[in-house]
Design a protein around this ligand. Structure first.
Ligand code: PPE
Length: 307
């Protein structure tokens, strides 16, 4: 990935500061223990101006993640929503990725985070296709990871927190070291879970399957969007345990995520998925998804917030 493009301003504990001034102390709790909760969402360029996709759902999820970790956020949902919109406006980008993050800051060290302040930051930057421009059309080549996803009752997978991404990094680096774009991790039972930063879906005989929240996944907001759009298109969607080998014999497999959007998978462990190209149902779902995000189709579920 290229170095990240700087934007202008970052919202830091209630104020917009210059990008280069948004700094924290090296002894902040988060640096040592990964104590952060965060979100990632996209702002799309539409004919009515920039629109943030599923803003309220992302705000709700960061509050849920904080609740699991007993982290009291110093702002209300309404205040954080306003901070996000203010940051997007201040940076004057037509489209961007938005990263709100709350973390245990500088105050004391040791595992107990409760003496530390909770700092809140909102940053935006330009971020292209997550697995490369080609992947959206041609599909990504991926592997099954040798690492499992988080086991139940260890790191809660329903919380989107910094420390979970140490596991994601193992999955991602292993895949890239072997020339794959991404790794699909199994859960601790050996069923399909998710990738380092994406949920996974498969199509077999015209029906859609995806692992349920019992398979150590982050239940993605894009996943929910795609399930909703699939049902609107008349496709059956089932959430259930998925054996690894059913991916090899699926007709289509694709990833979903705010960053990854809807990305087809061309091969898994060098075995072509279907005929190794984007499948027709994946394409139909991409077109329904981008139809809403880019404002080309009616926003019938109220998913867009115009900035
Ligand atoms: N699982 C994981 C582990 C995950 O990180 C994401 C999002 C998803 C599923 C999909 O969730 P949702 O975005 O709500 O549909 N990954 C975010 C971070 C990616 C990164 O590299 O950082 C994202 O897509 O924004």
């Amino acid at each position: 990935m290229p170095p990240m493009p700087k934007a202008d301003k970052i919202w830091f504990n209630g104020e917009l500061v210059d990008w280069d001034d948004a700094q924290i102390h090296v002894l902040s709790h988060v640096v040592h223990y990964g104590s952060s909760v965060f979100e990632g969402m996209r702002v799309y360029e539409t004919s009515k101006g920039p629109a943030c996709f599923r803003l309220a759902d992302h705000v709700n999820r960061i509050f849920d993640s904080a609740k699991i970790y007993r982290m009291a956020l110093p702002y209300s949902k309404a205040e954080l929503t306003e901070a996000i919109l203010e940051t997007i406006r201040a940076n004057k980008l037509k489209s961007c990725y938005v990263r709100p993050i709350a973390f245990r800051g500088y105050g004391s060290l040791g595992v107990d985070p409760t003496p530390c302040p909770v700092d809140v930051v909102v940053a935006v930057w330009e971020w292209g296709a997550y697995l490369g421009d080609d992947a959206l059309e041609k599909g990504a080549d991926v592997r099954i990871a040798s690492w499992n996803r988080l086991a139940p009752n260890t790191m809660p997978s329903l919380a989107k927190v910094g420390a979970n991404y140490m596991n994601s990094q193992l999955i991602k680096m292993e895949a890239m070291a072997d020339g794959y774009a991404e790794g699909i991790a199994l859960d601790s039972q050996g069923y399909v879970s998710e990738a380092s930063g994406e949920n996974i879906f498969m199509v077999k005989n015209g029906s859609i399957y995806t692992p349920s929240s019992g398979s150590s996944i982050l239940p993605g907001i894009t996943r929910h969007s795609v399930i909703t759009l699939a049902r609107e298109l008349g496709y059956a969607v089932t959430q259930r345990p998925i054996p690894r080998e059913s991916l090899y014999i699926a007709d289509e497999v694709f990833f979903t995520g705010s960053a990854a959007e809807v990305t087809p998978i061309a091969s898994i462990d060098h075995i072509p998925v279907g005929d190794g190209k984007r499948g027709p149902m994946t394409e139909a779902l991409q077109s329904a998804y981008f139809g809403i995000t880019y404002g080309r189709e009616e926003d019938r579920f109220g998913w867009l917030t115009y900035v």
